[in-house]
Design a protein around this ligand. Structure first.
Ligand code: ADP
Length: 233
């Protein structure tokens, strides 16, 4: 298994004002799966995605990544885990406006210690995959909303992560552009065999994803885990 989520609980706040955002959530994700997390606003979707990406610690429970416990790692080791294994895509792209598409995409590789040439090659290759071969030297203001989000997808992929976590990545786009970003995420899974977890409010998109995890007030609906053959999209 790529990921095993075991009895995850997350309580925010302290003393008398607490919110139980996740209640005893357990499931597993196989390598190469495409999964959507759905639920009403406040159901705990972002909290779960952040924990999957080790951006936060659970109150109790654990996540095993390729069999190893994540939350027994130190903060430095967790940062290394994120850098090596996880690509994040958010609703807002958080590109650095003064840098080009190429430079934004190279950034994680440079931080990781790639040489400039290696980072350039990796960034060019992934920007070509996301359809931006002709936009390499454009800055944010010279790119459409959909192109900006494609750069964010390329940046999330440049270090070839095992898993991509996408939190409402089409939420800020018009429906046609959103659809093209959705199809790009599906193609990452289908063509590059990357495990993709997508949080979305868009039922049309969610219904086209082979596996769904539904959260209601922090609790997962009791749906059976797919068998090995059903996991393949
Ligand atoms: P969703 O992504 O499904 O909208 P969230 O995971 O953002 O839900 O939030 C789940 C619950 O936890 C909500 O009640 C929210 O208000 C609360 N919550 C989220 N983040 C925090 C935080 N940093 N501090 C306190 N409460 C939070």
């Amino acid at each position: 298994m790529l990921i095993e989520v075991k009895g995850l609980c997350k309580i925010y706040g302290m003393n008398h004002k607490t919110v139980e955002a996740l209640k005893d959530v357990s499931f597993s994700l196989a390598e190469g799966e495409l999964v959507t997390i759905v639920g009403a606003s406040g159901a705990g979707k972002s909290t779960l995605l952040h924990l999957l990406g080790a951006l936060d610690h659970p109150t109790s429970g654990d996540i095993l990544y390729r069999g190893a416990s994540l939350f027994s790692l130190s903060d430095v080791q967790l940062a290394d885990f994120r850098n090596k294994n996880v690509g994040f895509i958010f609703q807002f792209h958080y590109l650095l406006p003064e840098f080009t598409a190429l430079e934004n995409t190279m950034m994680p590789a440079l931080i990781r210690g790639y040489s400039r040439d290696e980072a350039l090659e990796a960034a060019e290759s992934i920007l070509t995959f996301v359809g931006l071969k002709d936009r390499l030297t454009h800055k944010q203001s010279e790119l459409s909303g959909g192109e900006q989000q494609r750069v964010a997808v390329a940046r999330a992929l440049v270090l070839k992560p095992g898993i991509v976590l996408a939190d409402e990545p089409t939420g800020n786009l018009d429906s046609r552009t959103g659809e093209s970003i959705f199809e790009l995420l599906v193609s990452l899974n289908r063509d590059l065999r990357i495990t993709v977890v997508l949080v979305t409010h868009n039922e049309g998109m969610a219904s086209r994803i082979p596996r769904r995890i539904t959260l209601t007030d922090g609790r997962m609906s009791r749906t059976p885990e797919p068998s090995a053959t059903e996991r393949k999209p």
